[in-house]
Design a protein around this ligand. Structure first.
Ligand SMILES: *Cc1c(COP(=O)(O)O)cnc(C)c1O
Length: 387
């Protein structure tokens, strides 16, 4: 395989580049379900597109190269990817999840996998001693996000992987918020990396996709089996769209982060804002650890307006920034985690971990930063006057 030094180059030339037959610089969309076989028991490497498709394979080899893993797998959504990874476990096994993982991850464990006897427990993965002590014989993996949704809590990935290695269990990292351009969990010791590629990797809010990367052959073989057996694969056209999105990930993220750093600084000095959660701020408790394992603080910011500001008023007054679920697209989006992304987490647990009713999550887009700030400024003012 070609060996490029810079991730900016791998984003564009990595994986399987172009089409050998014609010289096309983009991989063709192999819109086919099946493949004619040469003779009985002899084929050209492809039999059926659930098992393997050249366009999907190009994407899978690209994400494996970007994350520095052995093999990649593309799924129909982030949740299909997560479901495939959790299918590695069996009845009696238990997975530890960090206290503010993506709401859908909690939901699939609580409402689906629990019915099959796969348990979970929620731990504060920033408390490493507590985490170490919580590992009982049935625990088979620790599953974390860093920064974690929606409070941007930073977990020390190297320390968690050291714990999992000591106990002989798996370290699984959902790297959706950072992408391999900003953070490569396998270098910190992770065994499996998961992405909702719907977010930054796709980058244009125009597709739903999930990716998994395994860092060793045995896991890769088991995941390939699960992918083919359960069938939640990504289609050829969506695989093409995702490859296309990934090519511009570097330039997009550079701008996303530049904007986010300015907006976080603006929010930090705003009198109406009581809290800012952004690991790129020096005052953030996760700043130092994040700096040791990621290029910068990313482009997701959460903040809380003071009690005398109307959350409803704030959302109503925004003009440029859209109220929507999802994140990581070129356009700025805000959401209300308590009622939107994290509504499936019971109220008591939400309060306990800090997902309050006043919390606002902002996915900073790549529009003109002054116009984003102007929009926030006007909405915050209106939110203050409404009460
Ligand atoms: C969105 C998201 C998911 C779920 O991915 P889908 O593509 O929506 O299925 C998982 N993890 C994180 C961190 C996410 O933001």
């Amino acid at each position: 395989m070609k060996n490029y030094k810079s991730i900016s180059t791998v984003l564009i030339h990595g994986g399987i580049y172009g089409d050998e037959r014609t010289g096309a610089v983009n991989i063709p969309i192999y819109q086919t379900s099946t493949y004619e076989q040469v003779s009985l028991g002899k084929h050209k490497g492809y039999e059926y597109s659930r098992t393997g498709n050249p366009t999907r394979e190009a994407l899978e080899s690209l994400i494996a190269e970007l994350e520095g893993g052995v093999a990649g797998f593309a799924f129909a959504s982030g949740m299909a990817a997560i479901t495939a990874v959790l299918s590695l476990f069996k009845a009696g096994d238990k997975v530890i999840i960090s206290s503010n993982v993506y709401g859908g991850t909690f939901r699939v464990l609580d409402k689906i996998f629990k019915n099959f006897g796969i348990g979970y427990s929620i731990e504060d993965t920033t408390d490493l001693d507590g985490l170490d002590q919580s590992i009982t014989a049935d625990v088979k993996a620790i599953y974390v996000e860093s920064p974690a949704n929606p409070l941007m809590t930073v977990t020390d990935l190297k320390a968690v992987s050291a714990i999992t290695k000591r106990h002989g269990i798996l370290s699984i990292v959902d790297n959706t918020f950072m992408t391999p351009y900003l953070q490569r969990p396998i270098e910190s010791g992770a065994d499996i990396v998961i992405h909702s590629a719907t977010k930054y990797l796709g980058g244009h809010s125009d597709l739903i996709a999930g990716l998994v990367v395994a860092n060793n052959k045995e896991l890769a073989e088991r995941l390939a089996f699960i992918q083919n057996a359960t069938g939640g694969i990504l289609q050829p056209f969506d695989s093409f769209l995702l490859i296309r999105g990934i090519k511009t990930l570097g330039v997009r993220l550079d701008r996303h982060v530049e904007n986010a750093e300015k907006i976080a600084a603006y929010l930090e000095r705003n009198q109406a804002v009581s809290k800012v959660y952004y690991p790129g701020l020096k005052a953030d408790p996760g700043y130092t650890i994040n700096r040791s394992q990621a290029k910068n603080g990313g482009a997701m910011i959460s903040f809380e307006l003071k009690d005398n500001y109307s959350i409803q008023g704030f959302f109503e007054q925004l003009q440029l920034v859209a109220l929507a679920e999802s994140l990581g697209g070129v356009e700025s989006l805000v959401c209300h985690p308590a009622t939107m992304t994290h509504a499936s987490i019971p109220y008591e647990i939400r309060q306990k971990v800090g997902i309050t009713e006043g919390l606002i999550r902002l996915s900073v887009g790549i529009e003109d930063v002054h116009e984003i700030i102007e929009d926030l400024e006007r909405a915050i003012k209106a939110a203050g006057e409404e009460n």
